[in-house]
Design a protein around this ligand. Sequence first.
Ligand code: SF4
Length: 321
Amino acid sequence: MRRPPLSNDFSWSKSRHEKFSECLRAYYLYYYRSWGGWEPDAAKDVRELYVLKKLANRFTWAGSVVHETLKDVLLDWRAGRAVDPAAVEARARKLMQDDFRHSRGKAYWTQKYRKQFTGLVEHEYAEPVTDETWKQNFETVRSALSWFFASRWPRISQALKPAQWLEVDAGYDFAHFSLDGLKVFAIPDFAYVDDDGAPVVVDWKTGKYRDGYEEQVLGYALYVAQRYRFPVEKVRASLVYLNEGVEKDVTVDPAALDSFREHFATSVASMRALLKDPATNTPKDAEAFVPTEDLNACARCVFRRPCGREAAVARARAEVA
Ligand code: SF4
C-alpha cells in the first residue's frame, strides 16, 4: 500500500535560522526545492538537490561522529553496561574509515549507507584536502573523546539513578516543543536531573567557541521545561567544548528567555515573508530567494553546482593557491 505523502510543514530550529541568515537561495534549495527527493520517481534535479543537501563537510562529520559516539556511551552507562574508552575510540576510527571510503567513491549517489552520514562535500567537489588534514580531522574526534573520558562527565552520568535520566540525543521525532503555536526542534545532547532536583541540559561542542550557541541551549531549556514540566528558570544549561576542554554555563533567566523569544519571532516573521501561502508553507518563486554575494559561503555550500557557482568557487580557490 502506498503511504500518504509527507507534508512539508513549517517548523523552526536554530540551524534553519542559520541557513536562512547565510544564503536565502541555499535555504530555499534545502527546505523547499529538494523536498520529495527521496521518492523513487522524484524529478532528476530534485533528487540531485536532495542528495547534495545530505552531504556533510569534514568539520560537521567529525562533530557528528563525536555526538553519535557519546550518545552510545551514555546509553551504555544508562543501561548499566561497562564502557572501554580504547574500544570506543577504535570504533570511531573504523566508522570514519568506512565513511571516508563510501564518500570518496561517491557511493552516496547510488547506495543507501547509514542515516547519520551519506558523504562529504569535499569529495563531491574534488576539493584539495591533504592527507594530513584528513588525519587532523580524526585527531579532532580522538581528542574530544579522550577529554570527555577524563572529564567529570563519566562520573556524573554513571552516578545518575534511573529516574534522573531525562534523555540522550533523542532525535527529531521526539525532541520538539511548541512556541507561539509553532513546532520548534531543539535536541539536547544530554538532559538529566541533578541531585538538587534541577534539570540540566548539556550540549557537546567539537569546534571552537562561537557566538550563538547560548541561544541554542536556551531553546533546549525551553524544550526540557515544556516536555518534563519544570519551571524554565529552574533549568541549568551547559556548553561543553570537548576540544578546548572548556565548560560554559548558560544563564537561563527571564531576560535571556525574552531575548530568545524576540529573536525567534523576528526570524519566523522573516521566513514567513518569503512564503506565497503561509497556511501550506508554499514558498514564493526561486527569484525571491536571492543568492548571497559572499563567495566564502558558496565555497562551503553543497549546492554550488546546481546554483551555478561551482566554477566561481574553483576560480577563487585557484587565485588564492
Ligand atoms: S552556492 Fe552560494 S549562492 Fe548558491 S546556494 Fe550556495 S551559498 Fe547560496
